[in-house]
Design a binder for this molecule. Sequence first.
Ligand code: UD1
Length: 429
Amino acid sequence: MDRIRIVGGQRLNGTIPISGAKNAALPLMIASLLTEDTLILDNVPRLVDVVQLQRILGNHGVDITIAGKRPGDDPNSGRTLHISAKTIVDTTAPYELVSKMRASFWVVAPLVARMGEAKVSMPGGCAIGTRPVDLLIMALERLGAEIEIEGGYVIARAKNGLRGGEINFPKVTVGGTHTALMGAALAHGTTVIENAAREPEIGDVADCLNKMGAKISGAGTSRIVVDGVARLHGARHAVLPDRIETGTYAMAAAMAGGDVLLQNARPELLQAALDVLVRAGATVTPTNEGIRIARNGAGLEPVEVTTAPFPGFPTDLQAQLMALMTRAKGTSHITETIFENRFMHVQELARLGAHIHLDGETATIEGVERLKGAPVMATDLRASVSLVIAALAAEGETMVNRVYHLDRGFERLEDKLARCGAAIERISS
Ligand code: UD1
């Protein structure tokens, strides 16, 4: 398995292009199941999770072609996928495929909405606490699907199609909101989704569905209304920039010091995280091209942060912020409210010399003057990248083992950082 070697102590200066958002690309690809026509997606990131989803969709009979680059095309822009679900040959998503990536469970909604049935394995994905699907099932039931759970599979049936209903989520769920949206888009009648997730990726998927002929209003707020339509058609849509990748490189720049332009990044997608970075002592400047992050000389200030659904501080940046705070001039507290057990990075950060104490959902981080390089192990997607951030400021060499997780969510990470002056390389095995 590949490893990444980092020698800390270099400042970051230059430009980092931000890729299309993984968490929008995946549901957008899944939305292709809702129509017989071709859905064209631009700015799709080159990630292992995207390839994995291509396999899952292929199993349902979906054809995906990837357009090549033409002379003059921006080398940093993502790929263009032409996705055609003209004929769905199989409505089962097997364990072997779904267990590798949680979001692939979301195929259940478009399959049952269009085909009247779906059999989808319970999901896998990052090992960050129990990640149930009860609310996704509740949403499908509210849309009239009959649900059976058998042998680790969720079987959803709606012989005469789904019908509009009231869905009131007791807890904000991104996957639940995607499920409700995709099901409701093709349901008979009107659906009202209350306490919907407001994450920008929900808005991006709703925009694309509307281009496909859906009638969705209120996406981006906690009350979404969907007037179901009989069929959806093809469309072309560009994936929005990845706010988690943006925040990750912003933290990396704050950690290493220097001055970095995060090209194509949009500040409104991660205002809460940018506010925290400013409190920590970074200079954040929105520009026409993206966001500039600089930190020169001065030390980092400690912060108090609690993760929350959008527009709050994202759980997907919690590990990266913790890495940053290991070097703050004082004690920080970070409380994780979205996922239990999302603290696997703590023991690995400790190997680099971090002082972190866990008490339930809250981590207390005592800033230290020096981190020291060490061999560490990548555990989940966001935890892995927190180790890279810490390593950028650690003395000597850090070897991040098992980088498979990084490749699931970060496109050309070592290349993007190396171009800004980081001493980082991939060692393939
Ligand atoms: C999505 C993101 C993930 C991010 C998370 C929270 C994608 C591909 N993944 O994951 O990167 O960390 O949102 O912002 O977009 N829950 C239930 N029952 C359910 C569903 C969820 O109790 O049926 C709980 C979860 O355990 C968790 C909370 O709801 O505590 C939020 O989870 P959810 O928003 O659904 O996360 P995902 O959609 O899986």
